[in-house]
Design a protein around this ligand. Structure first.
Ligand code: ATP
Length: 260
C-alpha cells in the first residue's frame, strides 16, 4: 500500500498550521517526521487519521482519496500508536489490545474468539505474551508502548502511524522499540513516526521529513535531510554528524549536539 500526502494544508478551523506539504510512504518503508515543538507534527497526524478536516491537498491510499472513507475503513488501513499513557481504568493488557479490534466489530457486538486470537497473535509477534493478563496501569512505560503497538497491530493495518514511540522510555527500551519499528517494516508495514531524535532517522533508515519553522520543510533520504545545516536551520543549534566505524566493519551515522 502507498500513503501519499500531496500538497496538504492542515490546521484548526481557519488557522493553517502547515501548508503545501508532500510526502509518501510505501509498505515496508519507514518515514520519520522531525521538527521542533509546535511545528505541526501532531496536527499532520490528526489530519492523516481523519480526526481533523483537510484544509487543502489530498491524502491518498493506493491512489484513492481517503476523504470519502469512513473512520472505520480508514482504521482498517492506518493504525495509530499514541504516546504511552496511563488510562483512568485498570484494564488488563489483553483488554487494551482487544480495543484495537473495535474498527472490525459491529455496532453492539463484543469481541469474538477470533478477535481474541488476533490480539494474542499481536502480543506474541512482539514477544510480550507474558504481559497478557497483567494490569495495564501496573506495567512500565516501555511495556505500555509495546502494548499500544500490539493494539494497533490488531487493526491489521497496512500503515502504522506512531507518535513519538520512544518518548518517556529509558535508553534500553528506546532501542527495543526502535528494533521493533525496523522489524515491523521488514514484515511489510509502512511506518510513519515522529521523533525528537535525529539519530532515530539513522537507526530506522528510510525517508525523513524535517519540518522547519515558517512552513519550510526538507524531504528525502535520511542522509540528505539529516545534515548539520538542516538541523541548525530547524532547531537553531550546532550539531556534528559523523560516521562511526563499528567492530563489524559497518559504519553507523550519528548526530551529536554541541552544547558550547
Ligand atoms: N486544538 C488546537 N486548536 C488550535 N491550535 C492548536 C490546537 N492544537 C495545537 N494547536 C497549535 O498548532 C500548532 C502545531 O501544534 P502540534 O501539536 O501539531 O505541534 P507538534 O509539532 O506536534 O509539537 P510537539 O513536538 O511539541 O508535540 C501549535 O502552534 C499549536 O499551538
Amino acid at each position: 500500500m502507498k500513503l501519499e500526502i500531496k500538497n496538504v494544508s492542515c490546521g484548526y478551523g481557519s488557522k493553517v498550521v502547515l501548508s503545501g506539504i508532500s510526502m509518501e510512504v510505501n509498505s515496508g518503508e519507514i518515514l520519520s517526521l522531525l521538527g521542533p515543538n509546535g511545528v505541526g507534527k501532531t496536527t499532520l497526524f490528526k489530519t492523516m487519521l481523519g480526526f481533523l478536516k483537510l484544509i487543502d491537498g489530498e491524502i491518498l491510499l493506493d491512489g484513492q482519496d481517503v476523504r470519502s472513507w469512513s473512520r472505520k475503513k480508514l482504521a482498517g488501513a492506518i493504525g495509530y500508536v499514541p504516546q504511552a499513557h496511563t488510562p483512568p481504568f485498570p484494564f488488563s493488557v489483553i483488554d487494551v489490545v482487544l480495543m484495537g479490534r473495535v474498527a472490525h466489530l459491529g455496532a453492539l457486538s463484543s469481541p469474538s474468539g477470533k478477535d481474541v486470537k488476533i490480539a494474542d497473535e499481536a502480543l506474541d509477534s512482539l514477544g510480550i505474551s507474558y504481559l497478557r493478563d497483567r494490569i495495564y496501569t501496573e506495567i512500565s512505560g516501555g511495556e505500555r508502548q509495546m502494548v499500544l503497538i500490539a493494539r494497533a497491530l490488531t487493526q491489521k493495518p497496512d500503515i502504522l502511524v506512531m507518535d513519538e514511540p520512544t518518548s518517556n522510555l529509558d535508553f534500553g527500551n528506546q532501542v527495543k522499540v526502535l528494533k521493533q519499528v525496523n522489524r515491523l517494516a521488514e514484515r511489510g508495514l509502512g511506518i510513519v513516526m515522529t521523533t525528537h531524535f535525529p539519530n532515530h532517522a539513522f537507526q530506522c533508515p528510510g525517508k525523513v521529513v524535517l519540518l522547519q519553522r515558517n512552513n519550510r520543510f526538507v524531504y528525502g533520504e535520511a542522509d540528505e535531510v539529516v545534515t548539520e545545516n538542516h538541523l541548525r536551520a530547524a532547531y537553531g543549534i550546532d550539531v556534528v554528524i559523523k560516521d562511526i566505524m563499528l567492530p563489524s566493519g559497518n559504519a553507523v551515522r550519528s548526530c551529536v549536539p554541541l552544547i558550547n
